[in-house]
Design a protein around this ligand. Structure first.
Ligand SMILES: Cc1ncc(C[n+]2csc(CCOP(=O)(O)OP(=O)(O)O)c2C)c(N)n1
Ligand SMILES: [Mg+2]
Length: 449
């Protein structure tokens, strides 16, 4: 009689097995042919032999071009282009950009008034977030840095959701355990933001690999990609390089979207790198790459639309988009950028090239927008945001118990002990610790039997 293990093994062998691994490329398949013009071994497949001793000097190469559809005056420069969405959707894109620009101004002031501890605005970079997000599907999983509030808004994040996170009240999905602007949304398929630069990138590459595997196992499932947003400063982390290389070698369906805004806090790009931006790195890793004018929402949309198709080709492959979009704002509420850049430089950008003005000019030229609509939209949004602030400020904070939750499915003995000690201290010094503003007060720290 055959052993049980043997029976199971043979049954498994009889089942049709999904092919989850890419075809194996044996190094021995590639051999140097006699009299060949090219060196042929894995890693440099089309390299022609040369008898000229010549180093490549990057400065002799032409910089990669920057794709744009509409110029800074709102005039169309790509004669083959026509808008791919109806008027109401165009207005929605514009009002999403407008919304975050108003939210940013109000929240920056709210921080100055001491109502929130920290905030980051995305002024000048609204098209790069709203535009790219607008051509991704809800099934696509997103990993953001911290300046992509436009992505959240475009996908449907509400004023109440922004405010609950910023004010860390009981409706905050992060239960008050994150600093302001670390949004996340399960329904919108966006992972929670981490300020530790670059960490989202290997996570995103791994996620895209899982999507690829899932699709191989279930070919009927809907195709989806991963999109990973980051600043050019984050591209100096080791994680960036690890993510690009693993995504390239494992052919993962991922779109890397870099906002090159000219600064990593106070470090201008000139001091960050000497190569041709971040786009040249994509090519170095064997990744399909494009540089776009990030202040042109139409260019951002066209690039991501095509990138999404490419990312799904042949079972998956990575794509890199570098969106050039100057950071008009200070880095955060903790920064004064006029300590390291001239005020006039910022004023010039604001006047000469603003993504909102660009789309607005194009919409006005096409009879979709005017001063009255602009004023009405601004008034409505301003009121909605101010109402959101006052409502959120009144809400209770998350229960104190939340600080112990979610790391383990059940509280460990250590955590239970810490929770008990915390309760004891609060009970001992009631004048020092007012817990009435926390949902459930001290009750939440009592262990349920
Ligand atoms: C690993 C790590 N190193 C340094 C920092 C400090 N830091 C926070 S934001 C930032 C600049 C990032 O610049 P960039 O990626 O270009 O994004 P931007 O702020 O320009 O949108 C730095 C250095 C950090 N948060 N994490
Ligand atoms: Mg930057």
């Amino acid at each position: 009689m055959r052993s049980r293990a043997l029976q199971t093994a043979s049954r498994r062998a009889a089942l049709p097995r999904p092919s989850t691994s890419p075809p194996i490329r044996l190094a021995s398949n590639l051999s140097q042919r006699p009299h060949s013009d090219n060196v042929s071994f894995p890693g440099a497949l089309k390299s022609a032999f040369s008898n000229k001793l010549a180093f490549q000097h990057p400065q002799e190469w032409t910089a990669l071009p920057t794709y744009r559809v509409v110029d800074q005056h709102g005039a169309v420069v790509d004669p083959t282009w026509t808008p791919d969405i109806p008027e109401e959707k165009i207005v929605k894109l514009y009002t999403d950009m407008l919304y975050i620009s108003i939210l940013d101004i109000i929240m920056f002031d709210a921080q100055r008034q001491g109502r929130v501890s920290f905030y980051m605005v995305s002024a000048g970079e609204e098209a790069a977030s709203v535009g790219t997000s607008s051509v991704l599907e809800m099934e696509d999983t997103l990993f953001c840095q911290y300046r992509e509030q436009g992505v959240f808004r475009e996908r449907g994040f509400t004023t109440k959701q922004f405010m609950s996170q910023l004010f860390a009240n009981k409706n905050d999905p992060g239960k008050g355990r994150q600093m302001p602007v670390h949004y996340g949304s399960t329904e919108l398929n966006i992972h929670t933001i981490s300020s530790t630069l670059g960490t989202q990138l290997p996570h995103a590459a791994g996620h895209a690999y899982a999507q690829k595997m899932r699709k191989l196992q279930n070919p009927e499932s809907k195709s989806a990609v991963t999109a990973a947003f980051f600043g050019e400063g984050a591209a100096s982390t080791g994680d960036f390089h690890a993510a690009l290389n693993i995504a390239a070698t494992r052919s993962c369906p991922i779109i890397f979207i870099c906002r090159n805004n000219g600064f990593a806090i106070s470090t201008p790009t000139l001091d960050q790198y000497r190569g041709d931006g971040i786009a040249s790195r994509g090519i170095g890793y064997g990744i399909d790459t494009i540089r776009v004018d990030g202040n042109d929402i139409w260019a951002a949309r066209e690039a991501v639309k095509r990138a999404r198709e490419l990312a799904l080709e042949d079972g998956g492959k990575p794509v890199l988009i570098e969106a050039m979009t100057y950071r008009v704002s200070h880095h955060s509420t903790s920064d004064d950028s006029f300590a390291y850049r001239a005020r006039v430089e910022v004023e010039d950008w604001k006047r000469r090239d603003n993504p909102l003005t660009r789309l607005r000019k194009w919409m006005e030229a096409n009879g979709m927008w005017d001063d009255v609509k602009e004023k009405d939209a601004r008034d409505v949004m301003r009121k909605e945001i101010l109402k959101g602030i006052s409502e959120s400020e009144k809400e209770k904070r998350p229960p104190l118990k939340a600080m112990f939750d979610d790391t383990y499915e059940e509280l460990t003995p250590d955590l239970k002990e810490q929770m008990r000690k915390l309760r004891e201290i609060i009970e001992k010094y009631p004048d020092e610790y007012d817990v009435s503003e926390y949902e459930g007060g001290l009750e939440s720290l009592k262990e349920k039997k």
